[in-house]
Design a protein around this ligand. Structure first.
Ligand SMILES: Cc1cc2nc3c(=O)[nH]c(=O)nc-3n(C[C@H](O)[C@H](O)[C@H](O)COP(=O)(O)OP(=O)(O)OC[C@H]3O[C@@H](n4cnc5c(N)ncnc54)[C@H](O)[C@@H]3O)c2cc1C
Length: 418
């Protein structure tokens, strides 16, 4: 079958890889000059099944209210005259209900475990390297309220197969000695030995090259303008290349993997998606003292940031701002992240060479991605991966390829129209 994949981020490229492996003739279209250059470019690098608890949980409404209007808040809603934002916000509140938050966590753990296994299989098959470290993830706590809640989430995830262990402060420092600098305020952590980290951009770029070697076509510098419909089906995608020329490309099936730009493409077809951009930041610094920099990937609950060592670099990423598709860099937010990294790992890196970046997480209200069929028979979705797109990429791509190929996916997950 001929398949067009719209978007060459980590989600589009993994979809294209598995579809090519399944014997389909695949074309990937993206406006950028290469793969992985938007949200997948400089994220936190974590393959974190253990980070499956969504932002929308029972504790969130109070926290978000407390943080309103604070420029350096970990989660910041900037209210705008934007109906989509308000509708998304209401849906987010609904997903904070205990039963829905639990259900979303379970969905994400299942897809996360499957995805991590698929990534391991892909690594064995291809030898792909992307500064990966398989040292586990420590999610550490310095605030009593959040720590008190950690055991409950850990139990839920353990019950669904995630090997999350509770650790006391001294055990945490034994696992990651670089955290000795905060020994005085550290309360404890959850540790997931099977979680890992690695550079999502390098992975995406290299997987795209491997897919191209196997016959997948990549059309870069090409803007997607509209999907055209003939009767019940999609008949083509209208694109414009960088010389300004427009044309229609046709296929048997179409996959939308355009992250937070997916809703705008689908709206004219009457398909409404609740995927809203949650802007996040990352700071990448060169490591100058190996002994002071962590090897275990970290989640710092107090500031909602993650830390990953990527070769000779340290990547610190996080915080969320709901402010539309704006990508401008807010110095206050970047400096809050950098300051926290300096407190955690004094003398480990050269802050004067910090590279600041911002990306738009394609967030659904409950953080559960939209994968599967639409009501248009030859149109499929793989979008809305929010905070976990790198973690969930291989599993989502493999499962969608199975659905398009007429096979049942191997993972239990609420696929669209499954
Ligand atoms: C600060 C931050 C930290 C994060 N940390 C982690 C982490 O540690 N672990 C984790 O699992 N996830 C993390 N994430 C989330 C993860 O990065 C995303 O979920 C993931 O990158 C989404 O991938 P995607 O392919 O859907 O989107 P993208 O990578 O944005 O790909 C979408 C593609 O569509 C293309 N496109 C869009 N519109 C058009 C158009 N009209 N025409 C042509 N092309 C178009 C874009 O150019 C882009 O290449 C983080 C995100 C952020 C922002």
């Amino acid at each position: 079958m001929k398949v067009i994949v719209l978007g060459a981020g980590v989600i589009g490229v993994t979809s294209a890889w598995y579809l090519t492996q399944a014997g389909h003739q695949v074309t990937v279209i993206d406006r950028q000059p290469g793969a992985g250059l938007e949200t997948s470019f400089a994220n936190g690098g974590q393959i974190s099944v253990s980070h499956a608890e969504p932002w929308a949980n029972p504790a969130a409404p109070l926290k978000v209210a407390r943080w309103l209007f604070r420029e350096d808040a970990p989660l910041l809603f900037r209210f705008r005259a934007d109906l989509q934002q308000w509708l998304w916000g209401l849906a987010f509140l609904r997903e904070c209900l205990p039963a829905r938050a639990r259900r979303n966590t379970v969905q994400l753990v299942r897809l996360g475990l499957y995805s991590r296994d698929e990534l391991a299989r892909l690594r064995r098959a291809t030898g792909i390297q992307n500064d990966q470290l398989e040292c586990g993830i420590l999610h550490f706590f310095t605030e009593p309220d959040a720590y008190a809640h950690a055991g409950e989430t850990a139990a839920l995830m353990r019950a669904h197969g995630c090997d999350l262990e509770l650790k006391r402060a001294e055990e945490v420092i034994a696992i990651e000695p670089a955290l000795r600098s905060i020994a005085g305020s550290l309360l404890g952590a959850t540790y997931t030995p099977s979680d890992q980290s690695g550079d999502a951009y390098r992975f995406t770029e290299r997987l795209a090259a491997l897919a191209a070697e196997r016959g997948c076509e990549f059309r870069y510098n090409t803007a997607i303008e509209a999907l055209q419909r003939a009767g019940e089906s999609i008949s083509g995608v209208l694109v414009r290349d960088d010389s300004g020329g427009s044309r229609v490309l046709g296929a048997d099936a179409y996959v939308v993997a355009l992250a937070s730009y997916s809703p705008a493409l689908l709206r004219p077809l009457g398909i409404r998606l609740q995927v809203y951009p949650a802007k996040g930041y990352s700071v990448t610094v060169p490591i100058t003292d190996e002994s002071r920099a962590p090897r275990v990937s970290l989640i710092d609950e107090s500031l909602k940031i993650v830390v990953s060592r990527l070769g000779a670099r340290l990547r610190i990423a996080g915080t969320a701002e709901f402010a539309g598709h704006d990508l401008s860099i807010n110095r206050t937010r970047c400096e809050a992240i950098l300051r926290r990294a300096q407190t955690l790992f004094p003398g480990a890196f050269d802050a004067s060479q910090a590279q600041f970046w911002t990306g738009l997480r394609p967030a659904t209200p409950g953080n559960v991605p939209l994968i599967g069929r639409t009501r248009i028979p030859n149109l499929y979705l793989n979008t809305g991966h929010g905070t976990l797109g790198w973690t969930l990429a291989c599993g989502s791509g493999r499962a969608l390829s199975d659905i398009i190929s007429g096979r049942a996916p191997e993972v239990q997950f609420d696929f669209l129209r499954g």
